[in-house]
Design a protein around this ligand. Structure first.
Ligand SMILES: Cc1cc2nc3c(=O)[nH]c(=O)nc-3n(C[C@H](O)[C@H](O)[C@H](O)COP(=O)(O)O)c2cc1C
Length: 186
């Protein structure tokens, strides 16, 4: 399988069937902090995990419930070479900035060498209640955990990141707020 590259904005179609049994995967879910430098995550895995986090499923809705169907989640993907916005409707990544922003996405060294850091943000103009924003980001995080557990990938969700510089690197609109960052790798 091809690895993620700066030129690839269209993701392969997510694999939405199969995988290991759900109850086993739930039991296998865990946080990992020992990442191998230089490891890659395939575009197929990236597509699958983004679909798990926030893919479109039924009637224009998503894999994650949102209060009053506000659909406030916004996902960015940080790779060693760029930061991109995930567009679940057409399964594409739009590059918002080029460069290695992994150090800004963490206060912990291990995340700066991992191939993928997923930023879970919310559009506060769609949902302004912090408890509902937190629910939405948390549910998406759990889906990423479960995908990684069944795919043999390591992951950990994190609250620590550069509060000033990461929003700048992502060119985050004023209405958007970062909730969590989730590291994925091998
Ligand atoms: C909201 C939230 C924030 C977290 N922030 C961090 C973090 O900044 N750094 C980190 O290494 N782990 C972080 N974690 C992971 C927890 O430490 C981890 O889930 C906990 O130790 C339980 O381990 P487990 O996930 O393997 O069950 C966070 C978890 C949650 C739910």
């Amino acid at each position: 399988m091809a690895s993620f590259s700066i030129y690839a904005e269209e993701l392969p179609a997510p694999h939405t069937t199969g995988g290991q049994p759900l109850m086993k995967v739930i039991g296998d879910r865990k946080s990992s902090r020992d990442y191998k430098a230089g490891a890659t995550v395939s575009k197929q895995d990236l597509s699958n995990m983004l679909w798990a986090a926030w893919g479109v499923t039924h009637d224009g809705k998503h894999t994650v419930a949102t209060a009053m169907n506000r659909q406030e989640l916004v996902i960015y993907v940080i790779t060693p070479t760029e930061a991109s916005l995930y567009n679940p409707e057409d399964n594409t990544l739009t590059v918002v900035n080029t460069g290695d922003f992994r150090k800004l996405a963490t206060m912990q060294d291990f995340a700066a060498i991992a191939p993928i850091n997923i930023v879970l943000a919310v559009d506060t103009s769609k949902q302004d209640k912090p408890e509902f924003q937190g629910y939405t980001a948390g549910a998406a995080s759990q889906n990423i955990y479960l995908y990684c557990a069944q795919a043999g990938l390591k992951t950990v969700v994190r609250a620590g990141y550069d509060r000033e510089k990461l929003p700048q690197a992502l060119k985050l609109p004023a209405s958007q707020r970062i909730m969590l960052v989730q590291t994925v790798g091998k």
